[in-house]
Design a protein around this ligand. Sequence first.
Ligand SMILES: [Zn+2]
Length: 397
Amino acid sequence: MPTKCCVPRCRSNYNTTTDGYVTVYSFPRDPDRREQWLRAIHRDNFQPGATSAVCIKHFSEEHIVREDRAVRSDGSVLILRREIPKLTDDAVPSKFPNQPSYMSSIYKQKCEGLQERRKEEETEDEDAFRKWVTDDVISDFNMFKSRIQNMKIDGFTVIINDMEVVFLKIDCTSEVPKIIVSLKINNELRIINISHNDIPISSSKLDWLLGSDKVMDKWSKFDTLLNHLKSYNIRSMSPNEKLELASNLLGSCCNEIDESFGIYSKVKFLKEQVSLLRTKAPKYSTDTLDWASLNYFSNPSAYRRLWSSKVLTIPHPEYLRQLSHSLSPESIHCDYLKHLSEKAKTLEDHEKVVNLILEETDVKSADKLQPASTVQAFVITSLLSNNKDIVRLFPGK
Ligand SMILES: [Zn+2]
């Protein structure tokens, strides 16, 4: 049964009324506020119980909250109408339509000015919103830089120079302090890098926040991004990410070592091995295919044993066999060169003047094992006719 209104002469939620259900509010728990309500409703010798309530009809509009507002990240305002209106914290019953007018009089004046004030408030709201939208814009790099200079950015160390602003979240708890998150914004306000534990975070992961242009053009965007990055920590690095880090380190090591240096090929091989650990469909480098083929043909059973030991990620012996079959000198003698020498007999002398060119093409997987993704083809073309023939194919990367 709905709670009845306890205000004298009010019939809200009584069975005899035809108004339907009226929203009611319990008395405040705070003793002072409770006293204010009691004084307002003018009910003699009345002490409100746990279920005593006052209906919405006795509150002025300024004390009734009928909708909730929230600002979205793009600055637009979301307005949600409340199914059940709530009261403001300072609400006191002030309207008593069934009681002498003097009981409402103290608020009457207020009510008359209410509409006008609401209009004023709406204009103020709109102005404030417009100002907020204008203030939210980051117009250029100098403005961004100078504001950042004067800002304390919680949890981040900031480095500012003419070319960029860098934000670093540093973990000092370990023996050697470590950069957990870095964010770099260049002088065109473009985000050029976001890394977590030295690994760049794929920009598509942050599309929801940054949009596709990756431009830091709003302060609200900046705040949200920094708050998001704050949540990253050093322990959230997965084994796969650690392998990626190791692969990146070995890669940069390769770039720094001279190729003539003894360890270069070893580091390069290790880098490839670490990268291959992270993929289910390995693609081998030409060097590894060469190395594996050489070992396979020198001693097939030793290669098979090495392959099945699973300590290295190397091409399947069967794949090497099939690959070599199609490229072996014998098959070339049988097919390509034989075909070419037959064809040469049919050519005019001027057509036998040829260019030897190297072409690289992408190939689709026709092999269930691990095929190369590109093929390098040596091709001869007649200078003075349309004749064109493949001499030999090599698997690429
Ligand atoms: Zn009432």
